[in-house]
Write a protein that binds this ligand. Structure first.
Ligand code: NAD
Ligand code: UFG
Length: 354
């Protein structure tokens, strides 16, 4: 793998929200993409839309990262040189209720992926980690070298996988690994053709707000207004999903030139409160977003803000989209697709499921 040339990349979980936007960015950069996704939280329609937008094809395999023979088939055919690993479960509350399924999918699934990659000599990996690994550390802005103290099973799966990857790279220097700690990804591609399509009620603020705006839900519940923040509501570092996508492309380029394991925060360094998000979304959409102040959500930190300076220094990457862009793009997607991707379609050239 060397910087600037086309690379064949396997994207796990590529039909999902961040994966589909990242694929679009990587196709535009000239890379070839194979996706493995078991469609537990997505529809392959997202990839059709990406193909439409880019005029390029994506090779899609409906399969599970826990299925070794499926991964082997892909690696046997593909000349895959790098893997971007998005596949996993991501709902904090669900992880508290069903920890085993989270450890099984996020940790065990990743182990299977790593063992299979290793067997094929594919040792370039970009991993989707999360700001959730910092837990409720009040040391703002959060820097990559702070101690990790996730407070829920979902976060602990990310922390465990980070540790596994650190041990793996220490044992075998041929591995090149990027741990990307996303802050709060929001927004959509500006075309309005792809975006976030939660299957079931949204857990996160942004898709909840957009669903209220489009009339699917009657009001936003604001979780707590007694935090020590300027207006009492929680403050987060929201990052446009296309900026996040660019961060993956930058991390891949970096790995082409550098060995080792590297950890980067992907955030803006700027925070907004829940009420500021609601106001910004009202302005961008011309709608009124009714809301109700309710109790805090257990486990929520008052503030979460990235120090993104390491990514700027190492990768030359910096988020550029504004909150107005995030709201306008999320609204365009939601307005154009009130029911998300809705129907399951099959892809032209799609092979049989594993
Ligand atoms: P998503 O649910 O939209 O996408 C994940 C995709 O993985 C889905 O398409 C799902 O069907 C697939 N998948 C799940 N388990 C699988 C398995 N065993 N085999 C194959 N496919 C499987 O989620 P997203 O928002 O795009 O998140 C992508 C990654 O980023 C996840 O690992 C998530 O934990 C991480 N992350 C997300 C956020 C966020 O707020 N969205 C924040 C931090 C980190
Ligand atoms: N919030 C509400 N009402 C809602 C949903 C959220 O008031 O209906 C508030 C929360 O209390 C918080 C803020 O809006 O103050 C953002 O909450 P989200 O659920 O959108 O995001 P989180 O910061 O809780 O967590 C998200 C992902 C995690 C990820 C983390 C950091 O859910 O998986 O960002 O990347 F780890």
């Amino acid at each position: 793998m060397s910087e600037g040339r086309n690379v064949k990349i396997l994207i796990t979980g590529g039909c999902g929200y961040i994966g589909s936007h990242t694929i679009l960015r990587l196709l535009e950069a000239g890379h070839d993409i194979t996706v493995i996704d078991n469609l537990t939280n997505s529809l392959p329609e997202s990839l059709l839309r990406v193909e439409k937008l880019t005029g390029r094809e994506v090779s899609f395999v409906e399969g599970d990262i826990a299925d070794t023979s499926c991964l082997q088939k892909i690696f046997d055919q593909g000349n895959i040189e790098a893997v971007i690993h998005f596949a996993g479960f991501k709902a904090v509350g669900e992880s508290v209720a069903q920890p085993l399924s989270y450890y099984r999918n996020n940790v065990s699934g990743t182990l299977n992926l790593l063992e299979t990659m290793d067997a094929y000599g594919i040792r370039n990996l970009v991993f989707s980690s999360s700001a959730t690994v910092y837990g409720t550390n009040p040391d703002m802005p959060l820097k990559e070298d702070l101690p990790l103290q996730a407070t829920n099973p979902y976060g602990r799966t990310k922390q465990h996988v980070e540790q596994i990857l650190t041990d793996l790279q220490a044992a075998d220097a041929r591995w090149r690994i990027a741990l990307l700690r996303y802050f709060n990804p929001v927004g959509a591609h500006p075309s309005g053709l792809i975006g976030e399509d939660p299957q079931g009620p949204p857990n996160n603020l942004f898709p909840f707000v957009t669903q209220v705006a489009v009339g699917h839900r009657d009001r936003v519940h604001v979780f707590g207004n007694d935090y020590v923040t300027p207006d009492g509501t929680g403050v987060r570092d929201y990052i446009h999903v296309m900026d996040l996508a660019a961060g993956h492309a930058a991390a891949l380029n970096f790995l082409a030139e550098h060995q080792g394991l590297h950890t980067w925060n992907l955030g803006t360094g700027r925070g907004y409160s829940v009420l500021e998000i609601i106001q910004a979304f009202e302005a961008a959409s011309g709608t009124t977003i009714p809301y109700e102040l309710v109790d805090r959500r257990p486990g929520d930190a008052p503030i979460s803000l990235a120090d993104p300076s390491r990514a700027l220094y190492d990768l030359g990457w910096k988020a550029s989209e504004t909150l107005e862009d995030m709201c306008a793009d999320a609204w365009r997607w939601q307005q154009n697709n009130p029911d998300g991707y809705r129907t399951k379609t099959s892809l032209p050239g799609e092979g049989p499921p594993c």
